[in-house]
Design a binder for this molecule. Structure first.
Ligand SMILES: [Fe+2]
Length: 332
């Protein structure tokens, strides 16, 4: 099979949304794309574009800038702010040549620009390049989704820990938010939280589910799970920022943790956060060996641990702040 045929196979049927308030412009772009085998949807306002993106999945949005009502920048900004659509490529079609307008487009998160009146060859090359990137991101997302499913599968084996990984991911993001971390770091926290114990796949069931305390030898085996987890996720490039979280989620600020005996700020902040979220969830839920502690008791234990150098006090207080806020929201 020739490479060219493979390329055609790849992009035929890719779904493109063309957005312009001028129907003639929409048809012009749509015709060109349909001739190449793309599946084109049309929208004639920013509001209609957002409705269509919400209702179906697309590989690319070609977006006019100047539209009555919601303009192209605003549509682009909204798509890029929404977690469901932030990876959807947006190409802005603009008659504007002004530098400021281009900068505004970049600030809104546009992936590329095409100038009106457009050149057919340029349009097709840019569309293809964006769809290629979209397909690659889709593949990566699939790989991540498989790992996340595996992370959840570990908990699902035990009725007591079901949902633990997801909750750790959730709490970690909540703490990160209160500490003002960037979007990228919050994303890492979510994934790192969900995947922190993925290395338990490599620990024998007899040790994982042992009802009584572990022997020294058994504990040595258990202590391998952060490194095993790191190795499982290492081949995926998109997982690189998560690896230190997985490796260091059992490190303690006073240096008593494992596997590296790191202390203080040598432990990545994200790992300190996931460590706390992991411990809190174990305290706040029923386990085979203990009942769930009430929230106030959990907070006391976390603060005692922080005083002993077992947890980062700033992270503990950020989490206590989040819990208070959540309670407040529930009351309202
Ligand atoms: Fe762990």
């Amino acid at each position: 099979m020739s490479e060219m045929f493979l390329e055609q196979l790849d992009y035929k049927g890719a779904r493109v949304l063309v957005v312009d308030d001028n129907p003639m412009n929409v048809e012009l772009v749509a015709d060109n794309l349909e001739q190449e085998g793309y599946a084109v949807e049309r929208a004639f306002s920013g509001e209609e574009a957002l409705r269509k993106v919400d209702a179906a999945s697309f590989d690319l949005v070609l977006l006019d800038v100047m539209m009555p009502g919601m303009n192209g920048y605003e549509v682009c900004e909204r798509l890029k702010r929404d977690e469901k659509t932030h990876l959807l490529p947006v190409v802005m079609i603009t008659a504007l040549e002004e530098r400021e307008d281009r900068i505004r487009g970049i600030a809104a998160g546009a992936d590329d620009f095409i100038h009106k009146p457009f050149d057919r060859a340029e349009l097709l090359v840019r569309v293809k390049a964006c769809i290629r990137i979209k397909r690659l991101t889709d593949d990566l997302e699939t790989a991540e989704a498989i790992l996340v499913a595996l992370g959840n599968a570990i908990d699902a084996k035990d009725a007591y820990t079901e949902g633990h990984a997801e909750r750790v991911g959730h709490y970690s993001v909540a703490i990160g938010r209160r500490l003002g971390l960037s979007y990228d770091r919050l994303r890492n926290l979510r994934l790192g939280g969900v995947l922190h114990d993925i290395g338990k796949i490599g620990v024998p069931e007899a040790i994982l589910n042992k009802p009584g305390p572990l022997t020294t030898e058994e504990f040595e085996v258990m202590k391998k799970h952060p490194e095993i987890g790191e190795r499982i996720c290492a081949p995926l490039k998109s997982m690189r920022p998560i690896l230190p979280i997985i490796r260091s989620h059992h490190e303690r600020p006073n240096g008593s943790g494992y596997p590296d005996g790191l202390s203080g700020e040598d432990i990545p902040l994200e790992a300190r956060i996931v460590c706390l979220a992991d411990i809190y969830d174990a305290l706040a839920t029923t386990r085979s060996y203990k009942k769930a502690f009430p929230r106030e008791r959990c907070i006391e234990i976390l603060r005692e641990d922080a005083a002993k150098g077992m947890l980062d006090p700033n992270v503990v207080e950020a989490f206590v702040g989040y819990l208070a806020e959540r309670e407040e929201a529930k009351r309202r």
